[in-house]
Write a protein that binds this ligand. Sequence first.
Ligand SMILES: [Zn+2]
Length: 463
Amino acid sequence: MDELSDGIKRLTVLPLAGFIVICLMLTYWQVVAAPRLEDAEENNRAERMRRRVQPGRLLTSDGLTILDARDTEEGWERVYADTEAFCHLTGYNPRSGLQKTLSDVFYAQNAYSHAWEDIVQGRPVGNDIALTIDGRLQQLAHRLMRGRRGAVIAMEPQSGALLVLYSAPAYDPVAITRSEEDYNVFTYDPEKPEINRPLQGMYPPGSVLKIFTAAAAIDAGISDPGAKLHCAGAERVAGTLVRCRRSGGHGTLTLRRALADSCNIAFAKLGNELGPDRFRRYVKGFHLLDAAKLPLPTSTGRMADFKGFKGEMQLAEASFGQGATLLTPMSIARLTATIARGGEVVQPFIVADVRTAGGRVIRQGEGRVLGRAISTETVQAVAGMMRSVVEEGTGSVADIAGLEVAAKTGSAQNPAGDPHAWFTCFAPAGNPSVVVTVIVENGGSGSGVAGPVAVAILRAALE
Ligand SMILES: [Zn+2]
């Protein structure tokens, strides 16, 4: 009997085990593997489409073709020109850079399709994309940043059109995809060339953020360029020890002088006087932490919330751009542009227009005004103070005959070594047409290292 019941048990256990195995396998294919398989299917479909359609070109505003296409036996293939200067814009394959985010435009899919024109052309052809980027300036940024890490941004403050969006170190999209080994070297490079620093790099802004604190304090009516502050060289402000770049201190100084000679203590005190609520309100008004809406991956900024027992200390530190504050170079460029364009915040843009192969413009880019951050009176006061930075302060590198530049320097302390060098500026000061923002990672002095790069770009842009 026992033997029999054992046999019956075995008979029931075996199918049960089989059933469980089948269930597990079904679960695996349906739940675990299915998204991956769908992705593969999607990739295959996209790949087939890419081979069949002649993709549009990517052009700079001065007519350089930075991404082209050639017909091969296996279908259409991408061709890169002047690879390194434009690598973070073109990307290195269909899953990176603008090739990824503007794929529908390049291949005339969905909202960008034009079936009739394809019939007229006799074959499917994508759309050309003209960028606002000035190829000559972008190439200059590439040359100036050779051997450095950092970012260069130039934009027109009135329209929001980006003229330069450059990230260093650059890479060669062709060389890194030549073999798996080349690609691995690129991916694991400790200098992280894949990061597009102007939009994704998160940096302590240091003293360039004093533009913001000065603007907020003046706009809120608690200070003006002639207001007196005091600096003893090293002081406790709201429980945190603040050191000034002048170890002996500035003594009594005006707000104008505090910005021109970049006094941390004066700004720590000013921020605390402004208080957390008003400080936060201006952060919002300037869209300081917001990511710029561009067709490339962009980081949002970070700042302490100024709440709890550390709140006052955090506020004092944020007022001169240190502590927990981390911003992208684009945030600083936009802050500078807000002063340059009279107090309104603009949404920058990079696509000038989209054209069909037949030359019909089907989309045009434009900057959008997001709102007013500060009054025009405040702008005048801050712009005048930024002019003093150049004429009698830390920004003398931009004191050029025949051109009035308004600027702010920064040397931002960070845990990764020497301070990051910042320089942000606009010109001509009376009627600004170009904003330039530069950061050189671990560059040390803002005026000495980032300043000359910014001035060279500014000069070339205004030629
Ligand atoms: Zn000082």
